[in-house]
Design a protein around this ligand. Structure first.
Ligand SMILES: [Zn+2]
Length: 139
């Protein structure tokens, strides 16, 4: 199983998601008014409607909430990457916060819902800057 291709398009970094993609940590958007955590970052707090935020760093551990194994390369750049696993991870610190990523270092048939995992960060750069993408590996 391979990682995403080196020339794969990186996420666009904005003021809203900058901490998520540049911190190299699981820094989750936190409402400055009601302290609710939410992910992915958005313009407005889902609990109270406020629009001011700070962030909270959560432990880089969780368990697989759901997953899929991709066998067909929908883009020719992915031809050398299949099969690969896409996992939705419920974080140990805050299970309502779920983070999407790839799962590495495991045979595809061994992936199970509930499996403990921890984050690792892939550093990628393009003409717009450098991002640190959270990915996952079994604990
Ligand atoms: Zn709020």
């Amino acid at each position: 199983m391979a990682s995403m291709p080196e020339n794969w398009t990186l996420p666009g970094v904005t003021d809203l998601n900058r901490e998520w993609f540049e911190s190299g940590a699981l820094r989750v958007q936190t409402c400055a008014d009601c302290a609710a955590l939410q992910h992915p970052p958005e313009e407005i707090c889902h609990r109270c409607g406020a629009m001011r935020f700070t962030s909270t760093e959560l432990a880089p551990t969780g368990s697989i909430y759901s997953f899929t194994v991709v066998h067909y390369p929908v883009n020719k750049l992915l031809a050398d990457s299949v099969p690969y696993a896409v996992v939705l991870v419920a974080l140990d610190d805050h299970p309502d916060i779920r983070v999407l990523g790839n799962l590495f270092d495991i045979e595809m048939d061994d992936i199970r819902v509930g499996m403990p995992v921890h984050a690792l960060w892939q550093e990628r750069s393009d003409e717009f800057g450098t991002v640190h993408l959270p990915q996952w590996t079994p604990t």
